[in-house]
Design a protein around this ligand. Sequence first.
Ligand code: CTP
Length: 414
Amino acid sequence: MNRKRIIVGVAGGIAAYKACSVVRQLSEAGHDVRVIPTESALRFVGAATFEALSGHPVHTGVFEDVDEVPHVRLGQEADLVVVAPATADLLARAVAGRADDLLTATLLTARCPVLFAPAMHTEMWLHPATVANVETLRRRGAVVLEPASGRLTGADTGPGRLPEPEEITTFAELLLARADAMPFDLCGIKLLVSAGGTREAIDPVRFIGNRSSGKQGYAVARVAAQRGADVTLIAGNTAGLADPAGVHVLHITSAEQLHEAVTKHAPDAHVLVMAAAVADFRPAHVATSKIKKKLDVTEGPAIDLVRTDDVLAGAVRQRTDGQLPNMRAIVGFAAETGDANGDVLFHARAKLSRKGCDLLVVNAVGEGRAFEVDNNDGWLLSADGTEFALEHGSKTLMASRIVDAIAMLLRREA
Ligand code: CTP
């Protein structure tokens, strides 16, 4: 793996303790991590903790190790700077170009991607001063994550919570793989994403399900939200994934519930991304009590199945009928194995024209590929005939390519 130099800046907020996990995760991924806290960050977490986790000495000011000119060198040599948590004060100082401590001096000299993960009280986050500062930083090319909503210190809730460390490191890895992966270009776009697998009940304890982990659809929701879109995620069953920061999440279980949720939210949406693995069939009857195995019978009971609605095809039909006037792009997913009739792409092309969507994300599945794994590759097929390969990489990297294609489509027909 490619070892990168990462600076983790830590500002003085209660969420500073979460920076420890960010440092640990990036170090464990094999990167050379240096921590630069502010003076106030050290009131929350001691320098010794950051030194032990990073394996490097920790300084806050520009007058330590002066002979090595760290306030210039650290920023110049970094491949990525992550500031987590970024407080309102730190954002303001970064906007003003201050260099009154080692962290702000480093921000001034860094020419690599810079990722701010803000954390503060809701009032501070929504204050016009902070809103303007975030806008300025984004305009200058920095990535400023949307904070998560939820309980803050004390009893108040609202946007302002630091995104989970896993989420911050996911975006850090994305920026290391693709420095230009996160432009703030989807403001005003309402995106509806479905993800995960559905479960069709057989009786109160059993269901027919599938192996979808939900990771790819969650990654699309996460990346689109951080590019400014207003994202609603219809989440089926997943491998225990946490709700992404800055995304409205609706949890559903069955294909019917998923259909209802898409029907309810599609009229508002500009983009629909159907990444969910929706059951094509469900049991015709759901037993109200547990089906017993009956020891004297060796043959299993037959389960009659009936077709579920094709949600994607339904949305395409509705749009054609003029019932979804806001809808500007519909994206389908296809998991294909290839067979005697043709290879993966042959089946995918047929599916694209059968479903009538604008884009189809194609994964080759089987032999441990695509399902339940972190890395993926595939193809993106467009209704206009263009096709391109999605390079192998994390599902977040794939998501960034998929969101690029959506953004391009929106720009083209704007
Ligand atoms: N899909 C859907 N509703 C269903 C089944 C699938 O909306 N009842 C959507 C999926 O979310 C995905 C796309 O259709 O975006 C393709 O799913 P897939 O299962 O590959 O397609 P099928 O139409 O079921 O084709 P087949 O099983 O014949 O390959």
